[in-house]
Design a protein around this ligand. Structure first.
Ligand SMILES: Nc1ncnc2c1ncn2[C@@H]1O[C@H](COP(=O)(O)OP(=O)(O)OP(=O)(O)O)[C@@H](O)[C@H]1O
Ligand SMILES: [Mg+2]
Length: 351
């Protein structure tokens, strides 16, 4: 078999999972699902390059989970593992064709850019569409009291559908500037893998099972049981869209233990980052478990998952970071007392 083009390396689902596992704490089911989808994708791409077309359906995926649980993190990590062009698109930046804003074709244009304008490579790339819940159809805006926020959502979904199902489309090749008529390239989206994600944080308002839970509190979390296709339809995701996202994974908010692991385990963990930063000032930081647990508690109170942890750590260490080189040679012990004694990030008192 002669293959002239550079092909993405075929690594097994287990290998993909193991690599994801180093960086993404918890979320076992989604890591597995994403590993399988990515593996099938690479197989498709390689088969196509060898002149055969797999009849298996494309395994586009939908990740649903609360903020800071790792949806974007999984996608970014996956992109590093696979050597295929990858782009993260924010669904809220796109508008229906003809309106002010980006047309969805720009998504593929950006992918093409990532592929160094190699159309073949772009055609086997991965597009991560974030905030997909924000382009839900809203015919009943009265439910949220924020009716106007989603105007155009359905239109964007319709345009996105074209990409999901696989079409020959014309994409602008000059995405950063105003393009002229000639700056277009024809790209086939048939083998592009789409991974969509959203929090669907107000889904409970549309779900029949949880409708009576009321606002806020437990209802604000997506951790409240299985989300069905029916819920998603009622929420305003079109049946056609769901039909083209055959892999659907629900992710849970990270537990205390998992947040602790987020601090400790990944090779690029926050603790290592700060440790490195302060080491340059000659300051040694010793993180004790009691301190870390307190940091996790503070992060959990913000209900922003792992996302809140950086802010908490930044606050907790702000005095140390501020003094920096003046503390050279010293060791700072970050235990529970240290964490609770740090000034909180509150507004300056009025004088
Ligand atoms: N499961 C996890 N394991 C390790 N780190 C995580 C995990 N989840 C989140 N993080 C960290 O928190 C940051 C924010 O997470 P991420 O961007 O993936 O959130 P998200 O689920 O996409 O939330 P949102 O819906 O708000 O976009 C990441 O950059 C990563 O550093
Ligand atoms: Mg995200």
């Amino acid at each position: 078999m002669e293959i002239s083009r550079k092909l993405p390396t075929l690594i097994t689902p287990k290998e993909i999972f193991r690599e994801l596992d180093r960086y993404v704490i918890g979320q076992e089911r989604s890591k597995k699902a994403v590993a399988i989808a990515a593996y099938s994708h690479v197989k498709r791409v390689r088969a196509k390059a060898a002149g055969t077309r797999l009849s298996a359906r494309k395994t586009n995926a939908l990740l649903i989970g609360p903020t800071g649980c790792g949806k974007t993190h999984i996608a970014r990590t996956l992109a590093r593992i696979l050597d295929v062009p990858f782009v993260v698109a924010d669904a809220t930046e796109y508008t229906e064709a003809g309106y002010y804003g980006k047309d969805v074709e720009v998504m593929i244009g950006e992918l093409l850019l990532k592929a160094d304008m190699d159309v073949e490579a772009a055609q086997s790339g991965i597009v991560f569409v974030d905030e997909i819940d924000k382009i839900a159809r809203r015919s009943h805006g009265a439910v949220t009291g924020a009716g106007s926020r989603d105007i155009g959502g359905e239109g964007v979904q319709q345009s996105l559908l074209k990409l999901l199902e696989g079409r020959q489309i014309y994409v602008p090749t000059n995405v950063t500037q105003h393009w002229s008529k000639h700056d277009f390239e024809s790209v086939d989206t048939t083998d592009i893998l789409f991974i969509c994600a959203g929090t669907f944080s107000d889904l409970h308002l549309y779900s029949s099972a949880t409708k009576n839970l009321g606002f806020g509190g437990v209802g604000a979390r997506v951790n409240q049981g299985r989300i069905t296709e029916k819920d998603l339809l009622r929420y305003g995701i079109l049946a056609e869209t769901l039909g083209r996202l055959p892999v659907q994974v629900q992710m849970a908010a990270l537990t205390d233990e998992e947040l602790l692991d987020v601090l400790l385990k990944p090779p690029d963990s926050l603790l290592k980052e700060y440790d490195e930063l302060l080491r340059l000032d000659g300051v040694t930081v010793e993180f004790e478990v009691s301190g870390l647990k307190e940091i996790v508690n503070m992060a959990q109170q913000r209900e922003t998952g792992a996302r809140g942890m950086r802010a908490v750590l930044e606050e907790v260490l702000s005095e140390v970071l501020f003094k920096g080189p003046e503390l050279a040679g010293e060791t700072v012990v970050v235990d529970e007392a240290f964490v609770t004694e740090q000034p909180k990030n509150e507004p300056e008192p009025a004088t």
